[in-house]
Design a protein around this ligand. Structure first.
Ligand SMILES: [Zn+2]
Length: 346
């Protein structure tokens, strides 16, 4: 097994992401690495107009809105340093033991689709084909959308939490076609300006990310944003996206990172974007910083503000990288929080 960096490539592959673990990759990460959920589920549950939850998607309600979480696959990452760059081995070890966790964990991308009755909205788009065929490639997301009975052409709005690789990579297929051909794309204006501007490349290159993530992040901004520019709409930070759907400012993970609030009747639901990456490292230890945070101190402030709000108001939330289906509640515990995953309903 190769460990350590060799020639970076613009397209991240199964082995290159492995190496991006910056020497922390261990032999245990072997063959199951980056096996997409879509491949595991392939061929299952084809019959019937209303396939059961569990086949790469999960349906639930937000008031009158019909919501569906679509899996964009999964992969393995080392907790240190990727999700906890400011934590020592000695600090991490007892937390892993208490939570029955391994040093290398599975991480997922979960794509949210919400039908408001007026519009069909998709939030973030996964890696697309940016990681090659092994992690949540667009055919994987597309296959899981199809299983859920959702055609790519039926998406009216693609709403973006922030401009990172794993959130915008699915905008465009390998052949360069826009993956959601009839959709309008929505961004916080300053987030779009950053990732299409002149500063991001040198700032990504001087960040603590492993080289292959730097390449992937820069490549995704260059490849995924220009093709949707002409069909994009820009919203002020914290502004209304459409009736019942609002951005909530949560900067720090990226310059103008935002969470997304859905409101239907008395029900609220918040897509937390990347203020929290994992139930243990982010909720139990909100001061632990993932290696991807643009401004770690600001990201911690935003993380705590959102977690405090959803815990206080008992708002159901989604963690984009949480274990599928990634929906549940945040509960206050001591000076931090814990995750209460939703009860699975078949
Ligand atoms: Zn992310």
């Amino acid at each position: 097994m190769e460990i350590g960096m060799t020639k970076p490539r613009t397209t991240l592959t199964r082995r290159s992401v492995f190496r991006a673990g910056a020497g922390l990759a261990v032999a245990a990460m072997g063959t199951s690495l980056l096996t997409p959920v879509s491949a595991q589920a392939e061929g299952a549950g084809q019959a019937g107009a209303e396939p059961l939850n569990g086949d790469g998607f999960y349906r639930f309600k937000i008031g009158d809105f019909q919501a569906t979480v679509i899996s964009d696959g999964s992969g393995q990452i080392p907790i240190r340093p990727i999700l906890a760059m400011n934590v020592s081995e000695a600090e991490l070890a007892p937390v892993l033991k208490t939570n029955f966790m391994q040093p290398v964990i599975q991480i997922t991308n979960n794509i949210l689709v919400v039908d408001t009755g007026r519009e069909r909205i998709l939030v973030d788009s996964g890696f697309g084909e940016k990681l090659g065929p092994s992690f949540g490639s667009f055919p994987g997301l597309e296959a899981n959308l199809r299983r859920a009975g959702i055609a790519s052409e039926s998406i009216d709005l693609v709403v973006t939490s922030h401009g990172h690789l794993d959130h915008i990579g699915g905008f465009v297929t390998k052949s360069g076609a826009v993956a959601f051909p009839k959709a309008q794309f929505v961004f916080v204006d300053t987030e779009w300006n950053y990732w299409t501007g002149s500063r991001f490349e040198s700032e990504v290159n001087s960040s603590p990310m492993p080289d292959l993530f730097k390449k992937g992040t820069i490549g995704a901004a260059r490849d995924s944003l220009p093709p949707v520019a002409a069909r994009s709409r820009f919203v002020k930070q914290g502004g209304e996206i459409t009736t019942g759907v609002n951005y909530i400012a949560a900067p720090g993970h990226s310059p103008s990172h935002a969470t997304i609030l859905f409101t239907s009747g008395k029900d609220q639901f918040i897509h937390m974007g990347d203020i929290a990456h994992n139930p243990v490292t982010s909720l139990q230890h909100p001061n632990w910083s993932p290696i991807f945070d643009y401004d770690p101190a600001q990201a911690i402030k935003s993380r705590k503000a959102i977690l405090d709000r959803v815990a206080t108001d008992r708002i159901m939330v989604m963690g984009y990288h949480f274990p599928f289906p990634a929906i549940g509640h945040v509960v206050r515990r001591d000076t931090a929080y814990r995750w209460e995953a939703t009860q699975w309903i078949w």
